[in-house]
Design a protein around this ligand. Structure first.
Ligand code: NAD
Length: 494
C-alpha cells in the first residue's frame, strides 16, 4: 500500500519546531520491517520550551487565555478537530496501520472513536458553563457557599502505542474541554497520527500553546516532562512499571497523577452458555488488536463440564483467523508492534513468554510460533495455552500479545477466586445465561470494568480504569473531565 508518511517536527506553541538536538527516531512498519519515515526525538531542552508555551497559553493575564474562555468557546475547537479527523479518516487510518500494524478496518473504527471522543467532550465542555457557581447548602444562614470548577493547569499527557491516536484523544479532549493546556507525549513506537493531530490543530486555528505535541523516548522526553515543576498534573497510560516511576517523581512535588496501567483480565465461561457465542467473545476478548489491549481477557476460566468441547471449538476457530499484512482484505490479525532492531522488541518478548510457559510445563494447544506463511514482519500466531498453574509467569504477567491461557473450574467460588488471583484489576468478563449469577460474579470481581456476556466493548460515555496495579482515576465519561478540573469552594459572609 503506497502511502507517504509525512515528515513532521515537534509541535510547540502552534508551530512546527525542529528538536534542539536534531535527533530523529526511525518509523518501522511492523508488517514489512521496513523503515518508512522518522519522527522527531524531543529531549529535556524541548520539554522546557513546550512547558513554557503551555504555561503562557494558561496564564490569566490577557482575558483571552484558554482557561478563562467559556466551555462553549472551547467546544467549537473540539468540534472542529472532530470534523477534520472525520475528513482525514482514511489517511489517518492507513498511517496508523503502517505505524502499529493493526488491520485497516480496526484502525478506521478507531478514527471514528477519536472523532466521537472530541464530539462528546465538546458537549461536556458546553455543559460546564451551567455548572459553575453550584450552591452548597450550609447549616448557617449567615454564610453562603458555592463551588467553582476550574481547570487544573498545564497537564502532561503520556500515552502508549496500542491505540496511538485514540489514547491521545481520551486525554486531549477532556483536558482541553476543562480549560487546561497540555503537552501530549505519545509512544516512540507509534507517534505518526498524533503528529497529524498537531496538523489538525494548526488547521483549525487552535490558539498557540493550548496543545503541544512532543514525540520522543520515554526516558529522554517523557521523564523530564512528567517531573517538570511547572506541570500541574500527569495523566499517564502505559505499563505499571513506567507508572510507578512517574508516581515516584510526582511524589517529590505532591503532583496529582492519574494512572491507566496494565492488566491480566479474566473471562469466566459457565456451563450454561451458548458455546458458539461464548467462543466468539472469548476469542475477540483476547485476540482483538492482537491481544495488545490493556483489558484483553487473556485468562480464560471455563467450567470443567464443557472445557473439552469449548476448547475444541476455540482451537478450530483460531486456526481460521486470517493473519496477514494488515492492509489485506479480511485480515483479522496483523503483526505485533515492534521487534528486531527496535528498542522495545515486543515480538521477541511474546515468543519468550510462550517459551517460558512451555519450559514451566504448560501445553501449547494452538499456535505458539511465527505463522509459517509469513517470513517477514513481527507476526505471532494466536496462541492458546493449557495445563497452566497459578504460579506460572503466563498466568501472572501481562503478555500484551495474542496469547490466551486457560484453566478449568468446578464451582462459582473457585472461578471467582481464580479470576481475582492477580495483582491487576482492570477488566473482567462473565459469560452465563443465568443473570443472577452474573450479578453475583460482577460484585465479586476485583476490577474497574466488568463485561457481562461480552468482552471489550468500550464507549466514551462510560468510565474506564482499574484498581490494584492497573491504576487509579477514571478516563472517559464525566469522570474523564473531572480528571482535569479542580474544585474551588467560595464562602461569603452575608
Ligand atoms: P510504556 O510504559 O513502555 O510506555 C508508555 C508511555 O510512557 C510511552 O509514551 C513512553 O515513551 C513513556 N515512558 C516510558 N518511560 C517513561 C518514563 N520513565 N517517564 C515518563 N514516560 C515514560 O507502555 P507501552 O509499552 O507503550 O504500552 C503498553 C502498556 O500500556 C501495557 O502495560 C498496557 O496494558 C498499558 N495500557 C493501559 C491502558 C489502560 O487504559 N489501562 C490502555 C492502553 C495501554
Amino acid at each position: 500500500m503506497a502511502i507517504r508518511v509525512p515528515s513532521r517536527q515537534l509541535f510547540i506553541g502552534g508551530e512546527w519546531r525542529e528538536p534542539i538536538l536534531k535527533k530523529r527516531i526511525p518509523i518501522i512498519n511492523p508488517a514489512t520491517e521496513q523503515i518508512v519515515g522518522d519522527i522527531p526525538a524531543a529531549t529535556a531542552e524541548d520539554v522546557e520550551i513546550a512547558v513554557e508555551a503551555a504555561r503562557k497559553a494558561f496564564s490569566r493575564n490577557k482575558g483571552q487565555d484558554w482557561p478563562s474562555t467559556s466551555g462553549a468557546y472551547r467546544a467549537k475547537y473540539l468540534r472542529a478537530i472532530a470534523a477534520k479527523i472525520t475528513e482525514r479518516k482514511s489517511e489517518l487510518g492507513k498511517l496508523e496501520v503502517i505505524d502499529c500494524g493493526k488491520p485497516l478496518d480496526e484502525a478506521l473504527w478507531d478514527m471514528d472513536d477519536v472523532a466521537g471522543c472530541f464530539e462528546y467532550y465538546a458537549d461536556l465542555a458546553e455543559g460546564l458553563d451551567a455548572k459553575q457557581k453550584a450552591p452548597v447548602s450550609l447549616p448557617m444562614e449567615t454564610f453562603k457557599s458555592y463551588v467553582h470548577k476550574e481547570p487544573l493547569g498545564v497537564v502532561a499527557l503520556i500515552t502508549p502505542w496500542n491505540y496511538p491516536l485514540l489514547m491521545g484523544a481520551w486525554k486531549v479532549a477532556p483536558a482541553l474541554a476543562a480549560g487546561c493546556t497540555a503537552i501530549l507525549k505519545p509512544s516512540e513506537l507509534a507517534s505518526v497520527t498524533c503528529l497529524e493531530l498537531a496538523d489538525v490543530c494548526r488547521e483549525v486555528g487552535l490558539p498557540p500553546g493550548v496543545l503541544n505535541i512532543l514525540t520522543g523516548f520515554g526516558t529522554e522526553a517523557g521523564a523530564p516532562l512528567a517531573s517538570h515543576p511547572h506541570v500541574d498534573k500527569v495523566a499517564f497510560t502505559g505499563s505499571s512499571a513506567t507508572g510507578s516511576k512517574i508516581m515516584t517523581s510526582a511524589a517529590q512535588m505532591i503532583k496529582p497523577v492519574s494512572m491507566e496501567l496494565g492488566g491480566k483480565s479474566p473471562i469466566i465461561v459457565f456451563e450454561d452458555v451458548d458455546l458458539d457465542k461464548a467462543a466468539e467473545w472469548t476469542l475477540f476478548g483476547c485476540f482483538w488488536t492482537n491481544g495488545q489491549i490493556c483489558s484483553a481477557t487473556s485468562r480464560l476460566l471455563v467450567h470443567e463440564s464443557i472445557a473439552s468441547e469449548f476448547l475444541d471449538r476455540l482451537v478450530k476457530w483460531t486456526k481460521k483467523i486470517k493473519i496477514s499484512d494488515p492492509f489485506e482484505e479480511g485480515c483479522r490479525l496483523g503483526p505485533v508492534v515492534s521487534g528486531g532492531q527496535a528498542k522495545s522488541q515486543c515480538y521477541e518478548k511474546v515468543l519468550e513468554f510462550i517459551a517460558t510457559a512451555k519450559r514451566e510445563g504448560a501445553t501449547i494447544l494452538s499456535g505458539g510460533d511465527r505463522p509459517k506463511h509469513l517470513t517477514t514482519g513481527f507476526f505471532v500466531e494466536p496462541t492458546i495455552i493449557t495445563d497452566v498453574t497459578t504460579s506460572m509467569q503466563i498466568w501472572r504477567e501481562e503478555v500484551f500479545g495474542p496469547v490466551l491461557c486457560v484453566k478449568t473450574f468446578a464451582t462459582e467460588d473457585e472461578a471467582i477466586e481464580l479470576a481475582n488471583d492477580t495483582h491487576y484489576g482492570l477488566g473482567a468478563a462473565v459469560i452465563s445465561n443465568d443473570l443472577e449469577r452474573c450479578d453475583r460474579v460482577t460484585k465479586a470481581f476485583r476490577a474497574g470494568i466488568v463485561w457481562i456476556n461480552c468482552s471489550q466493548p468500550c464507549f466514551c460515555q462510560a468510565p474506564w480504569g482499574g484498581i490494584k496495579r492497573s491504576g487509579f482515576g477514571r478516563e472517559l465519561g464525566e469522570w474523564g473531565l473531572e480528571n482535569y478540573l479542580s474544585v474551588k469552594q467560595v464562602t461569603q459572609y452575608i
